[in-house]
Structure formats: structure tokens, C-alpha cells
Design a protein around this ligand. Structure first.
Ligand code: MD3
Ligand code: FE
Length: 210
């Protein structure tokens, strides 16, 4: 895997307020419809089986899942229902085309739901085959403090507060930097019906032949 660059801004772009309130509401409606077929599940760490703090679901031909027995991976079926994941909303595919120069569509949209006090520890996303593919993230609902670090866990980080409607593109080598979500500003937004923050991350999983 490539190294995380010294200049963390390389390949990293933040688009504050990319989605209007009306578009945010329609994305939340799409998430609500999606999770009726593909309910939120609790991801678990490989080996220990300890739960991550967020609950998850996915859109698209592939979904990211995590369990004690088989670890972190992408698969075409929901871990409980064994059904296909719901289709990726067209608005998200359009956003990918508008913001990236990548020649193939994303295959997975991970839905992370953060509730009061939930966090995500420092990690690097490393389950995708094409290192050149960007990761695109959409924030909905309560704001979050996102921290972008360097190539090593525990080094200096820069904090970026992400608000509902913001989009972040991690292109180039910025996607091989450690990153985390250190806090949710719970209750600052009323967008998510049962509260909290929804983060959508779009990813290319398999190599793009184009
Ligand atoms: C920066 N999610 O699902 S999204 C994840 O807010 C994840 O739920 C966070 O990290 C969230 O893996 C952050 C934005 C994101 C995704 C991948 C990155 C930021 C990144 C890869 C490299 C650097
Ligand atoms: Fe990540």
C-alpha cells in the first residue's frame, strides 16, 4: 500500500454544504428505505468479537461487513438476511462522477450510524483492491469532529468539524493516512429521525478495468 504523504492536504478535499437541506432530507429518506430491507447490524472486531460503536448497513453491489470469525471484508449479501444490498441512490453516483476523475463507479456505500457518545478509533481503510480509487464521504445529521493523522497511529492529527451536507474526498495518498471520529455533537441537528449522525462512504472495491 502507498505511504501517507507528508502534506496531508494532498488529495484531500472538503466541500462544506455540498448537499442542500432538501437533498440531505432525500438522502435520509433513501437510508430509511434501504435499512427496511437491509437492517443496521453491529460490526465486530475480528478475533475478539468486540463490537465497534457504530451500527452499519450498505448500499450497492458490495457491502463492508465485520465479524469475529471472518474479519473485515466486502460481500454481496447482508450478514443476517443474506439478501442483496439495496441499490446505490443515483444522487450518490452522480456526486462520485462530479467530484472524482475515477473512470469506474463506486461498488460500495457504507452507512455508519453514530448515536450519542459513539466514536470511531484511528484506522486506515485497507480492504479495497485499487489504491488509486478515492473514498468519498457524506455527513448527515449531527456534526462530528473528524481527525486526520499521518502514516502512524498516535502521531499529530488535524481536526475538521464536519456538518450535515458536507462532502469529503480522500484521493491520492491521503487515503492511506490514519483517521478517526473523536466526537459527535449529539443533538445539534434534527435531520436524523432517531438522532445522531449518518455517514455515507462510497468506495471502489475491485480494480477498475477502464
Ligand atoms: C480519511 N468513516 O467508514 S468518513 C470509515 O465519519 C470511516 O464515519 C468516518 O472512516 C466517518 O472507514 C470517516 C471519511 C473518510 C473515509 C476514509 C478516509 C476519511 C478518510 C481514508 C483516509 C483518510
Ligand atoms: Fe475509515
Amino acid at each position: 500500500m502507498p505511504a501517507c504523504p507528508q502534506d496531508l492536504r494532498q488529495g484531500f478535499a472538503h466541500y462544506p454544504g455540498y448537499f442542500s437541506l432538501q437533498e440531505q432530507q432525500s438522502l435520509i429518506a433513501a437510508v430509511r428505505a434501504g435499512v427496511q430491507h437491509a437492517p443496521f447490524f453491529i460490526p465486530r472486531m475480528p478475533g475478539t468479537g468486540a463490537p465497534l460503536s457504530v451500527v452499519m448497513s450498505n448500499f450497492g453491489p458490495l457491502g463492508w461487513v465485520a465479524d469475529k470469525e471472518k474479519g473485515y471484508r466486502y460481500q454481496g449479501a447482508h450478514p443476517k438476511t443474506k439478501q442483496d444490498w439495496p441499490a446505490m441512490p443515483q444522487r450518490l453516483l452522480d456526486m462520485w462522477d462530479a467530484l472524482t476523475a475515477y473512470p469506474c463507479p463506486p461498488e460500495a456505500c457504507l452507512i455508519n450510524w453514530y448515536r450519542e457518545g459513539n466514536k470511531m478509533g484511528a484506522h486506515i481503510d485497507n480492504d479495497e483492491q485499487d489504491a488509486r480509487a478515492p473514498v468519498v464521504s457524506v455527513s448527515l445529521g449531527d456534526p462530528a469532529m473528524f481527525r486526520l493523522g499521518g502514516p502512524k497511529r498516535g502521531g499529530p492529527t488535524q481536526g475538521i468539524k464536519l456538518f450535515s451536507g458536507d462532502v469529503v474526498v480522500m484521493g491520492g495518498e491521503s487515503r492511506f493516512c490514519y483517521h478517526s471520529v473523536s466526537r459527535i455533537f449529539y443533538g445539534e441537528s434534527t435531520l436524523v429521525p432517531r438522532g445522531g449522525r449518518i455517514n455515507l462512504t462510497l468506495r471502489r472495491v475491485n480494480l477498475c478495468q477502464a
